[in-house]
Write a protein that binds this ligand. Structure first.
Ligand code: CA
Ligand code: CA
Length: 161
């Protein structure tokens, strides 16, 4: 056992040495985070809700450009939180390299999605006599060119939308 472990350790060190000389290797994307805020536009502006979605997929800038150049995308689904199965209330909205709001930097891929919605829009996911309060979150997915997907849910935004 010890002999095998020492052998493996030596191989790993050898491999790291080779990769170190060749530059940093592409790392598979493993982390995605999403935040959602829905807030009434302050007066005297139009009486609408400001909807902000912020998605981060951390990786090197080089990897980010590589992924997106090969056709990776971010998909955003607005979800209504309900007992039982949650329903998609909008989406998927798809963002690629050239999409407004998507950017690449030293910290990886970022998506800032902003919109203004009137009251009673898709955000009004519960509107029955006994249940008017809306519970909305975002399901965000990073899908690479091979279809490999990582996903996350944002925080819940609650209100009378
Ligand atoms: Ca609900
Ligand atoms: Ca409602």
């Amino acid at each position: 056992m010890n002999k095998i472990r020492r052998g493996l350790a030596a191989s790993v060190i050898a491999a790291l040495g080779v990769l170190g000389l060749a530059g940093s290797p592409a790392q598979a994307a493993t982390v995605i985070t999403a935040q959602l805020s829905i807030s009434p536009n302050p007066p005297p502006g139009p009486g609408v809700f400001n909807v902000k979605v912020f998605v981060k997929v951390p990786m090197s800038q080089e990897d980010a450009e590589g992924y997106l150049g090969n056709g990776a995308r971010i998909e955003v689904r607005f979800m209504g939180d309900d007992p039982g199965t949650d329903s998609v209330i909008l989406g998927p909205v798809t963002f690629v390299r050239s999409s407004t709001g998507l950017s690449v930097g030293p910290e990886g891929i970022r998506l800032h999605f902003l919109s203004q919605e009137a009251g009673g829009s898709f955000l009004n996911e519960d509107d029955s006599w006994g249940n008017r309060v809306d519970e909305v979150y975002v399901n965000a997915r990073f899908v690479d060119a091979t279809g490999a997907t990582i996903r996350t849910n944002s925080n819940l935004a609650t209100g009378l939308f």
